[in-house]
Design a protein around this ligand. Structure first.
Ligand SMILES: Nc1ncnc2c1ncn2[C@@H]1O[C@H](COP(=O)(O)OP(=O)(O)OP(=O)(O)O)[C@@H](O)[C@H]1O
Length: 273
């Protein structure tokens, strides 16, 4: 989808942002008596870096899980590439072209960097087991193709030196990078990042910011990320949605959001009525 609709726009650094890849319409999500998300609407455009930010308990994780198809909201709907999304299994989400990382790293700790990233290719493995048993040609060709994609990602993320290292032995920042690699291996149309900077030191945050920008620029991947830390996100995002107590209190460019009095209140902890 690249419908160059009237509201497509060009960023300050010359990237063209296309039509809506995802539309979130009037979503309300409740857990028993708790309203985690209240009537929230926004869109994500093809090629942009879109952030969802907010203080603790604002509803960011809930929103990401709704976008991902993991939580099913009581009200509202989500359109992905023009189609309404119903309940689906994780592999169906991946087949649709959506990949994600997790706040608490979800890698196979005993497996190497290379093998972990290879697991991201599962939606691209098509040769059925019976065919692999009687004729290895197709399976081998697939394996070679998959390895090529994975090697490219390893180069791109500058993790050649740790390709054979079990990820459980790696420092936190590098584990996060491997997890990004695994998500990229799926060649997603929409990449969801769940607090990619959480728990990182300043240098690791700078590295991660650079890789997010490069992924978007070089692969053209649309990225939606949730983050607690407003500072880093403002530097890398094209547009930002701000949540507070389950409601949307701001939506716009980083400059617009920074100047929004409700956002300033939410982040400075001014009392809410
Ligand atoms: N599975 C759940 N069951 C019950 N309540 C939940 C559940 N998940 C989230 N909530 C509640 O929904 C609200 C929003 O939580 P959510 O985790 O989405 O916020 P958040 O912005 O991601 O917070 P944080 O930055 O602390 O991760 C909170 O009041 C939370 O307690």
């Amino acid at each position: 989808m690249n419908d160059m609709s009237p509201d497509s726009y060009t960023t300050a650094d010359g990237r063209t942002i296309g039509g809506k890849i995802m539309e979130v319409k009037n979503i309300t999500l409740r857990f028993g008596g708790v309203v985690a998300i209240k009537d929230i609407s926004f869109d994500i455009r093809e090629g942009e870096i879109r952030a969802i930010i907010g203080p603790n308990g604002a509803g960011k994780s809930s929103m990401l899980n709704v976008i991902n198809g993991f939580y099913h909201p009581q009200e509202g709907e989500i359109l992905f590439r023009g189609e309404k999304r119903g309940p689906m299994k994780p592999y169906q989400i991946a087949q649709q072209g959506i990949a994600r990382t997790f706040q608490n790293i979800a890698l196979f700790k005993g497996m190497s960097t290379l093998d972990n990233i290879m697991t991201g290719r599962f939606t691209h493995m098509k040769a059925p087991v019976w065919k692999q048993a009687i004729w290895r040609g197709e399976a081998e060709r697939e394996e070679i193709e998959n390895r090529e994609v994975v090697e490219k990602i390893i180069d791109f993320l500058e993790i050649q030196a740790i390709r054979k290292t079990p990820v459980g032995r790696l420092p936190y920042g590098l584990q996060k990078r491997v997890e990004l690699g695994r998500a990229l291996a799926a060649e997603p149309k929409l990449l969801l990042l769940d607090e990619p900077m959480a728990g990182m030191n300043v240098e690791e945050k700078e590295d991660m910011s650079r890789f997010i920008l490069d992924v978007n620029d070089e692969f053209g991947t649309t990225i939606a990320l949730i983050e607690h830390d407003m500072g880093v996100v403002m530097d890398i995002s094209d547009r930002v949605v701000v949540l507070d107590y389950g409601k949307k209190i701001g939506d716009g460019t980083p400059d617009e959001v920074r100047a929004n009095p409700e956002v300033i209140d939410a982040y400075l902890g001014v009392s809410h009525d």
